[in-house]
Design a protein around this ligand. Structure first.
Ligand SMILES: Cc1cc2nc3c(=O)[nH]c(=O)nc-3n(C[C@H](O)[C@H](O)[C@H](O)COP(=O)(O)OP(=O)(O)OC[C@H]3O[C@@H](n4cnc5c(N)ncnc54)[C@H](O)[C@@H]3O)c2cc1C
Length: 399
């Protein structure tokens, strides 16, 4: 793959940076630099999503005919890199995951209704897959959707639902036929649920990092119109899996991790005095991570190239998920070790950016223990590392 930049690419990079300088407010940047959760607070970002929408850049990964950018792999990569360097957040799960699914499997009416609302930020989606007892073993899910005239009546509970407290919509896997003697994946359907429907309630879960990012969602006799079904009834498992390809392999992580690593290297240089041998050990770990990031970057570029030909991330998705989550943890562990005793300064308040005294201490160090704890979730969400290994083994052994 040719990685040299053309003059058009260089002009494009300049255009992105200029746009960020004008529209990405410094206060938002400061808040995001201090956020340790995976997806930052929505309230910080509404204006930003609108600015992207108006510029036509809300969905870097969608085809132009549906309001996407239609960018080349190199342009998408340059954009992701500029986002990482400016601390601009990744696109929402509506853009990254649901959009590609609706583009492939949605009805014309669903595409016409939902896609523009995802782009404009009017709809903010959460993902209702996991249930208590049904995470890795997702096919055992129990939430029922029983047909009643022109509605499904949904009963059950979803857990670990990221940003359900902000979302006005949820895409969910539900059981439209009871589990029978056949395959457990049969009888599962893919439904779009309005979070303001009567019977939906959200209970916060505070994670070990101190953040409120995930929730438990209860669905009690929630009436969902039948035209909120995506694809065929009972075939939701295959749509759910297709969406997971984008969750696991649809983001570009290497520039983001490299930016985080660069911040840690700067902190090692400027931070507390330490013995030469301790410093050398940190730098040696950083250089190993850096080489691994090069490899991740190459793989991400390959996958981008394939996506341009209309392919989904496919069999590369579990490898990408494994590697970005492992490297994220290595970067955050390095950051914690580089901060040393200063990382022990634990601020109970969340979000950090609302603390008026925050500027008095080094932001880099104070967020480190929370960032480290938050990074533990990376090898769990979107399918744990063990599950990714199992999928890879099945692919390799043709099982
Ligand atoms: C921060 C965070 C955000 C999340 N956001 C969402 C969300 O928005 N929507 C959503 O639907 N879900 C979400 N999840 C849930 C996530 O997908 C599940 O936590 C994950 O799939 C693991 O399921 P579990 O928690 O039930 O653990 P379990 O499945 O019970 O796994 C426990 C342990 O057993 C191991 N294990 C399980 N099965 C096997 C096997 N076959 N072979 C070897 N080892 C195995 C696992 O790797 C893990 O170490 C989120 C999770 C986290 C932590």
């Amino acid at each position: 793959m040719d990685l040299s930049l053309s003059s058009d690419d260089i002009a494009f990079e300049r255009e992105i940076k200029q746009f960020f300088e004008i529209h990405f407010a410094p206060a938002t940047r400061r808040a995001l630099q201090m956020s340790t959760d995976v997806y930052p607070d929505l309230e910080l970002l509404r204006d930003w999503y609108l600015a992207l929408y108006e510029r036509g850049w809300a969905a870097p990964n969608w085809p132009r005919e549906f309001g996407g950018t239609g960018w080349s792999p190199m342009q998408r990569y340059l954009y992701a890199k500029a986002c990482a360097q400016a601390d601009v957040p990744k696109p929402t799960s509506g853009v990254n995951m649901l959009g590609p699914l609706l583009i492939r499997f949605g009805t014309q009416a669903q595409k016409a209704f939902y896609l523009p609302r995802i782009l404009s930020g009017e709809d903010y989606w959460c993902q209702g897959y996991s249930e208590p007892g049904s995470g890795s073993d997702l096919a055992s899910l129990q939430t029922r959707a029983d047909r009643d005239g022109e509605h499904y009546v949904v009963n059950g509970t979803k857990i670990w639902t990221t940003h359900a407290h902000y979302a006005n919509k949820m895409f969910a896997l539900v059981r439209t036929q009871p589990q029978g003697s056949g395959k457990r994946q049969e009888g599962i359907s893919f439904l779009l649920i309005d979070m303001d429907s009567p019977g939906v309630s959200v209970r916060p879960i505070h994670t070990i990092s101190g953040d409120h990012e995930v929730n438990q969602v209860f669905l009690d006799d929630v009436r969902v119109p039948v035209d909120h079904l995506v694809g065929e009834e009972g075939q939701g498992w295959s749509y759910g899996k297709y969406l997971l390809e984008f969750e696991r392999g649809g983001s570009i992580w290497s520039p983001r991790l490299r930016h985080e690593l660069a911040g840690i290297l700067k902190a090692i240089e400027q931070g507390p005095r330490r013995a030469d041998v301790a410093r050398a050990e940190l730098l040696q770990r950083a250089s190993v991570i850096s080489v691994d990031l090069d490899a991740l970057e190459m793989l991400e570029l390959e996958v981008l190239n394939e996506q341009l030909k209309g392919k989904s991330p496919g069999s590369a998705a579990p490898i990408l998920k494994l590697r970005f989550s492992q490297l994220k943890q290595q970067v955050c562990t390095l950051g914690l070790d580089a901060a040393g005793m200063e990382a022990m300064a634990w601020l109970g308040q969340r979000p950090f950016y609302e603390d008026p005294h925050f500027e008095l201490v080094s932001p880099h160090y104070v967020t480190r223990s929370s960032a480290y704890l938050s990074s533990r979730a990376f090898t769990i969400f979107a399918g744990s590392s063990e599950v990714q290994h199992e999928i890879l083994a099945k692919q390799m052994l043709n099982l």
